[in-house]
Design a protein around this ligand. Structure first.
Ligand code: VGL
Ligand code: ZN
Length: 245
């Protein structure tokens, strides 16, 4: 009996020695033993030239979508926890120019005292081009936004009416303190999501070449605004730079 117990001890010891390196390996991807999160913003058909989207952003061709897909796969493989946002509008949404008689796409109007860019109808709930183009199985969760007709919602964290999404809660539930943000569009939903992530208390890193903007001037301003708020921008995906931040 004594011998059997001794053998069990040796067995458990060997098991621990075998498993430890894999835990240590996983922790190369941990910030102070916490995981790092990723928010892939609005990688949807309507925002891409690849799918001839109604609000296609320049440069969102097949090569770009593939690059984002590959980067997301790589991050998932290294233990990053992947979240997504999905613009998901009802047909009578306030941001659609067709819902404002006589207005044209990309016009800026005031709605309840707030500026509102008017967009072509896009990401209508349940339409083909509202799909998220990155492999949906990579995501722990995809947070839908912009479902209230009355309010736009560039941020994945809350809409312009102040209604919060589950994003902050589910990221925190995973013990995450740092998030990587990229997707479409740099000057609208990426910017708003990154700024709100920072406000929610996360360290935030935006990967520039995994983003595309609607217009050059607003995209340049977006990077300046994010920098001023303490959001770090890196040019290309670099796991070491992300871990060290
Ligand atoms: C977005 C405009 C309207 C975005 C969403 O994903 O950046 N832009 N709705
Ligand atoms: Zn939208």
């Amino acid at each position: 009996m004594k011998k059997r117990r001794h053998l069990l001890g040796v067995f458990l010891g060997l098991l621990a020695i075998t498993l430890l390196p894999s835990f240590a390996g996983a922790c190369a991807d941990c910030a102070a033993f916490g995981k790092i999160g990723v928010i892939v913003v609005d990688m949807q058909g309507d925002f891409t030239t690849l799918k001839k989207g109604s609000l296609a952003v320049n440069g969102t061709d097949e090569a770009f979508v593939k690059k984002v897909e590959k980067a997301t796969q790589e991050l998932a493989k290294h233990g990053f926890v992947i979240f997504g946002t999905q613009d998901w509008h009802p047909a009578d949404h306030v941001s659609f120019f067709i819902n404002h008689g006589g207005k044209k796409p990309f016009e800026l109007i005031q709605v309840n005292g707030k500026p509102q860019v008017l967009w072509p109808p896009h990401c209508i709930q349940g339409t083909e081009n509202a799909r998220v183009l990155v492999d949906n199985n990579l995501f722990l969760a995809i947070v839908k936004k912009g479902q209230d007709s009355r309010f736009d919602s560039y941020s994945g964290f809350q809409d312009d009416g102040g209604a919060i999404t589950e994003m902050a809660k589910i990221i925190k539930r995973n013990g995450i303190q740092k998030v990587v943000v990229y997707g479409i569009a740099t000057d609208y939903c990426v910017k708003a999501t990154a700024l709100d992530a920072k406000k929610a208390g996360f360290k935030v890193i935006v990967v520039e070449d995994l983003c595309k903007g609607v217009a050059p001037d607003t995209t340049k301003k977006a990077f300046e605004e994010m920098a001023a708020a303490g959001v770090k921008t890196i040019k290309t995906l670099d796991l070491k730079e992300i871990r060290d931040f």
